[in-house]
Design a protein around this ligand. Structure first.
Ligand code: DGL
Length: 265
């Protein structure tokens, strides 16, 4: 059985890369819904429908033991329903994990937390609720950045991104935050540019750095899942549409000979 990693597009590839760097021994399958990205402005019902189709792919076609929903928008808006439907009803022995709670666990070490995320994630207030559950004494500011995901999917020119980032980050800078959560799988691609704007005194919480460690801890305390996952060091990368940026990033982050499979959801 494999570890599945799901994202709305190419963003989750960066988390897949860092997860594999930490735990190369497992077999992985990645699915990016490049045909239907962005998810950030989609309705709740549409996100749930797309995610169910993806889960059926992971569990029925790829025989995954565990699926990481790397997409924050899906984690924020559909994770609970998906967990109820899959892990507790249809497939009791399989697990679906999101990325918001592990991120919130890191963020609560700070006092004034800024969150940059998609419109769907911000409007759901899920990040805010999860952080407050862990520590009610922190202050949280959120700002949506709706233009970033489409630009990253297109293969953004990093030289042109600064004014757009300033537009989204200035409202958070004005709040004197001490940490910024990059609350979307796509944003670590812009980490360097974001860090330059935020300066040295603001900690940047980036999921490509924290999710691999959290997954490792999870597998350690769940040997019943760990032992089911095959360990042949393989990676299958699937997308719902071939886009030029998919090939470019797969070559850059994996290998020039890495195949990309087309999946029809
Ligand atoms: N990867 C998604 C996230 O983390 C981007 C959402 C989108 O497709 O708009 O929120």
């Amino acid at each position: 059985m494999k570890i599945g990693i799901f994202d709305s597009g190419v963003g989750g590839l960066i988390i897949t890369k860092t997860i594999r760097e930490l735990m190369p021994e497992y077999d992985y399958v990645y699915l990016g819904d490049t045909k239907r990205v962005p998810y950030g402005d989609k309705s709740h019902d549409t996100i749930l429908k797309f995610t169910k189709e993806a889960m059926n792919y992971f569990f029925q076609k790829e025989n995954c033991a565990i699926v990481i929903i790397a997409c924050n928008t899906v984690s924020a808006r559909a994770l609970k329903k998906i967990q109820q439907e899959y892990s507790s009803k249809k497939l009791k022995d399989r697990k679906v994990l999101g990325v918001l709670i592990p991120t919130a666990e890191i963020a609560v070490d700070y006092k004034k937390i800024g969150i940059l995320a998609t419109l769907g994630t911000v409007n759901s207030n899920t990040f805010l609720k999860e952080i407050k559950k862990l520590n009610d004494n922190v202050t949280v500011f959120q700002n949506p950045a709706p233009m970033l995901v489409p630009l990253i999917e297109e293969g953004v020119n990093l030289k042109l991104i600064k004014p757009i980032l300033l537009e989204y980050l200035n409202p958070l800078l004005k709040k004197n935050i001490d940490t910024l959560i990059l609350g979307c799988t796509h944003y670590p691609i812009l980490k360097k540019e974001i860090k330059k704007i935020m300066g040295k005194n603001i900690e940047i919480i980036s999921q490509d750095e924290i999710i691999p460690k959290k997954l490792k801890e999870y597998l350690k305390i769940h040997p019943e899942i760990n032992k089911k996952i095959s360990k042949k060091r393989s990676i299958k990368i699937s997308v719902t549409d071939y886009t030029p940026n998919v090939n470019r990033l797969v070559k850059k982050w994996f290998s020039a000979s890495q195949k990309v499979h087309l999946v029809n959801l």
